[in-house]
Design a protein around this ligand. Structure first.
Ligand SMILES: [Zn+2]
Length: 172
């Protein structure tokens, strides 16, 4: 049966519109699936900048812990470069509260990686190899975390400091 050209044209237009609509929906769906997949497998890494802690609070934590690494015991007098270690890593939701932070030498902090407190305490005890048990390290860490910070002492130290205290300004 003969159909006028405008009917054929209209039909083609409708089909084209359907195809366009379908491909748009398909594209949108594919994008959303990809986005959800990415957000499940690659959650945005929780990071913070260099100035995540005030110098006074950093120094107060170092002072609370006796200016020595809570893991291996090396101190500033031994030439240790002090840093702060998050007991529960920040990337895993750990806070910047002093109860979650301990003084750590650079060596311990960088070698701990993602190991748990008890797992790393075992490693430290084995490399120290001088009779210290991992439970001793863990109880020392527990005691340090429970101590109160003396912010006024830290403030006063900063006010009085000379060149030497720049060495304490470790960055994690
Ligand atoms: Zn250490």
């Amino acid at each position: 049966m003969f159909q006028p050209p405008f009917v054929v044209f209209k039909t083609i237009l409708i089909i084209f519109a359907f195809v366009l609509d379908f491909s748009f929906k398909l594209h949108y769906h594919t994008c959303m699936v990809k986005r959800n997949k990415n957000s499940n497998t690659n959650p945005k890494k929780r990071t913070q900048g260099m100035n995540w802690i005030r110098p006074v609070k950093r120094l107060a934590i170092y002072a609370r812990d006796g200016f020595a690494c809570c893991w291996c015991g090396v101190s500033v007098e031994d030439g240790a470069k002090l840093t702060l270690d998050h007991c529960l890593p920040y990337s895993k939701g750990g806070s910047n509260h002093e109860s979650n932070l301990v003084t750590s030498c650079l060596r311990c902090n960088s070698s701990r990686g993602k190991r748990s407190l008890s797992g790393f305490a075992r490693s430290v005890a084995s490399y120290l190899n001088h009779g210290i048990q991992s439970v001793d390290i863990l109880s020392h860490i527990k005691r340090c975390r429970a101590r109160k910070l003396n912010m006024s002492e830290a403030k006063s130290l900063i006010e009085r400091r000379g060149g030497f205290s720049q060495a304490l300004k470790g960055k994690k």
